[in-house]
Ligand binder design. Sequence first.
Ligand code: ATP
Length: 322
Amino acid sequence: MIKRIGVLTSGGDAPGMNAAIRSVVRTCLHHQLETIGIRRGYAGLINDETVSLSGRSVSGIINRGGTILETARCDEFLTEEGQRKAKDAIRYHKIDALVIIGGDGTYRGAIQLWERWGVPCVCIPATIDNDLNGTDITIGADTAINTALEATDKIRDTATSMERVFVVEVMGRKSGYIAMQVALAGGAEEVLVPEREYDLEDMCHDICEGASRGKRSWIIIVAEGAAKAVDIADKITEITGLDTRVAVLGHIQRGGSPTAYDRILATRLGVEAVELLVNGDSGKAVGIRDGWVVSTDLHVAVKKKDQTRDVDYFYKLMKDVT
Ligand code: ATP
């Protein structure tokens, strides 16, 4: 019988983490369970940084970016000694199970806690990169895309006023998901993603051909995992002779108020995570597939997501309408 659930956010922060925390706490209340918040992810477990979460303590946070519990990357948790300290803190606080919110590294930590130390865990996918198996989309990705899109739209306004090539670098680590979606929604002329080989000479040839037809501006979206925008811009200037500018959007993509989609996704997944634990399930990640909430074994969920088919489809779509 579970009486007390711990909740933590770990890895990179993502908009919608607060909505997930709120959902977990309120669902626990619904089941008459106590919720203990653990600050700064696995680091907070090791250093015993806990806070009791009431229904009221999570009011007014559904619309806020970041995470009220804060998050961290913690190398000590990779060691046996670090994990032992974490387990001792869990025992000390009489925490029966954990809801763990984060990305693939965070999932790997949860596998350790469950399989090595016997702590029941369910994970919620929250990372702007959308690189996790077991869910069609992760919490935070939709907001990051909309933030990057808004910035790209503004860049387009200035690009069209002068003859210029703008190279816009977006986040996503090894995933090109954000880049591809922003390119499509922003009407970009080209996109470079890590999942797809690109030919700069070909791209520059297309740009020159466009220029000869009177085209005056170009937006090239570059995923951070594919190349550095500044290197691509230098090459474009060298080959085409056109004026090129670079915009690296950086951390603004992690911030801001979560979109309605992310808030609703986080709310649905938070409820499901607690329901699974209440029903005696563990070692799972919750997610969304074809619009339905699902759960997946954590070992499957951490495997690299194969995005090749999606990337090929979206790339063709983008080129067809350019
Ligand atoms: P994001 O995708 O947003 O970066 P993430 O969860 O993948 O989020 P990581 O920094 O990779 O972020 O992982 C978060 C934390 O999870 C690490 O700092 C570490 O404490 C723990 N962790 C990562 N890999 C492992 C592992 N193999 N075993 C145990 N713990 C791990």
